[in-house]
Design a protein around this ligand. Structure first.
Ligand code: PRP
Length: 175
């Protein structure tokens, strides 16, 4: 990549806040009873997960899975790797997999397949962002924040070469 210009705000923190609150309310309504597990996919989902968990007004458990599908490039390698596995069982729980973005769909498809084998009561996918222009695998997103165009986004947890995750808004970097 050549020298990047300063990130441009695509979705500001107030729009994110409102959308995350609405998603949290919906998840709580849809899961009135039983054990609810919010499963964050590291690293990109960490900020979204933290806000989403506070927006779900009912008892829940927080778990994490580490996966990596990109190197330091802006395009997917297509290869998905588990870098950190669950440390607690999820059997009989309603599991919400929390992603920052569904891009090609390869990561989400891989994860949903892996989790299907773990005897959860249900497994649903919640993604803050969806970039349908780059879809390779069709993925059902049960709870979606925003659909975006084919632009490279950073901030609010998302990185470029591990940078920009701490930006409070979702931004676009252009070369
Ligand atoms: C990103 C993102 C998703 C995945 C989506 O993770 O968090 O997990 O890519 O891309 P896909 O739909 O094309 O599979 P990444 O591997 O960049 O790691 P990170 O979350 O640690 O930034």
């Amino acid at each position: 990549m050549t020298q990047a210009t300063a990130p441009r705000v695509l979705i500001d923190r107030e729009r994110i806040r409102e959308r995350v609150l609405a998603l949290g309310r919906q998840i709580a309504l849809d899961h009135p009873d039983g054990e609810l597990v919010i499963l964050g996919v590291l690293k990109g989902s960490f900020m979204f997960l933290a806000d989403l968990a506070r927006a779900i007004d009912r008892p829940l458990r927080v778990e994490f899975l580490g996966v990596q599908s990109y190197g330091n490039a802006k395009t997917s390698s297509g290869a998905v790797q588990i870098t950190l596995d669950l440390t607690n069982p999820i059997d009989n729980a309603d599991v919400i997999v929390v992603e920052d973005i569904v891009d090609t769909g390869l990561t989400a498809q891989f994860l949903m397949q892996q989790l299907a084998a773990r005897q959860a009561r249900s497994v649903k996918l919640c993604s803050l962002l969806h970039k349908p222009a780059r879809a390779v695998q069709p993925v059902q997103i049960d709870y979606l924040g925003f659909t975006i165009d084919d632009v490279f986004v950073v901030g609010y947890g998302l990185d470029y070469a591990q940078k920009y995750r701490n930006l409070p808004d979702i931004c676009v970097i252009e070369s």
